[in-house]
Design a protein around this ligand. Sequence first.
Ligand SMILES: *[C@@H]1O[C@H](CO)[C@@H](O)[C@H](O)[C@H]1NC(C)=O
Ligand SMILES: *[C@@H]1O[C@H](CO)[C@@H](O)[C@H](O)[C@H]1NC(C)=O
Ligand SMILES: *[C@@H]1O[C@H](CO)[C@@H](O)[C@H](O)[C@H]1NC(C)=O
Ligand SMILES: *[C@@H]1O[C@H](CO)[C@@H](O)[C@H](O)[C@H]1NC(C)=O
Length: 376
Amino acid sequence: MFVNFRRIRKCQFVQLMTTCLVLSVVMVCWESLDNNVVSHIKSYSYRYLVNRFVYINKSLTVPREQARSFSDFRYLLDHSDKCAGKDVLLLLFVKSSPENIERRNAIRSTWGNETYIHNTLGVTVKVVFALGRPQDKVGLQEQLVLEDRLRGDLIQRDFLDSFHNLTLKLIQQFHWMHVRCAHARFLMTADDDIFVHMPNLVGYLREVSGRGAADFWVGRVHRGAPPIRSKDSKYYVPFEMYQWLSYPDYTAGAGYVVSGDVADKIYHATLTLNASLYIDDVFMGICANAVGVSPQEHVFFSGEGKAPYHTCIYDQMMTSHGHVEDIHELWKAATHPQVKQKTSGLIGRLYCTAVKVSLLCKPYYFNTYPCKAAFL
Ligand SMILES: *[C@@H]1O[C@H](CO)[C@@H](O)[C@H](O)[C@H]1NC(C)=O
Ligand SMILES: *[C@@H]1O[C@H](CO)[C@@H](O)[C@H](O)[C@H]1NC(C)=O
Ligand SMILES: *[C@@H]1O[C@H](CO)[C@@H](O)[C@H](O)[C@H]1NC(C)=O
Ligand SMILES: *[C@@H]1O[C@H](CO)[C@@H](O)[C@H](O)[C@H]1NC(C)=O
């Protein structure tokens, strides 16, 4: 009896200690818990239970003269006849920084090679680079002028090219399309460090276009993402700039596609919205929300994620993020005729499902295509 009693006391003591330990860990980690868990709970609740994004539209609407200050920049480099008289399937804007000439050259000679696309895929895709003005580095603007004389594909406006001016670059793309290439069936915006599987993408867009693409916006969708309030983050957004608990749904800025009608609607939204929010893909979500367009998910748009290197992936991939040095090799491997051979037929498909499960369905988090992509 006595022993039992002591045993219980000991148990309680252990319990008490454990509770204390857990509590102190929670308290120490509270800040990151608050930043990550709590803000997500709040933002998901807002997104899925409240879902009143109408207010955002209202509060960010500004007079047209003020909205114009976000788009009123002179063109330093332009190509007014880029799309003229052509049946353009896709206008592809690559967001590039002035100093990234190597990335641009790599894109021009791989997935962004217009001649290759025209000759082998039989469609017109226009690939142009969106740039701002270089930070005052000696001679960089002169180099850009030379590069453009040679390649004829730089669209540059007179605002400082910087991370916090990415929204100005977004607006530049939609405005340029409106004025110069309004008849393109699709508009894509992409980072200069992504890989685009152009044959797969063109095949997909042709199919969508055949169904009569309207209200179409596809990419890796972020739903119920909370604004980041921690000042050390690159994506920090102050309360005054955006006061709600969650952003409207948007697609990761690394690469997404909209149909021509959506591009036109977004253009019109940019004429009346306060574009000081400098996270460009979030701002795109706000514009889309204002004109009643919502994004759809495509599992093979990777967003910030990176595709595993494998034939079975190459057969279906659309975009993959984080490719600079390996872009030539990946382009060769991903467009090799053997890809289709190896992945077709019953055996090929079964083999690829098994491979994709092993590559995409990991027990730990790894930013790539979602597990469900293995079964498509
Ligand atoms: C683009 O492709 C064409 C035809 O395949 C080729 O002749 C040309 O050299 C390529 N351009 C670049 C910049 O690599
Ligand atoms: C954005 O560009 C404008 C116009 O060049 C410039 O005045 C401003 O400082 C830039 N903002 C940032 C954050 O770089
Ligand atoms: C736009 O928003 C910023 C803060 O995000 C604010 O400082 C500015 O006054 C707003 N502009 C207008 C015209 O309301
Ligand atoms: C957004 O606001 C503008 C101007 O206040 C209004 O014309 C438009 O209909 C609104 N859109 C939505 C979806 O509420």
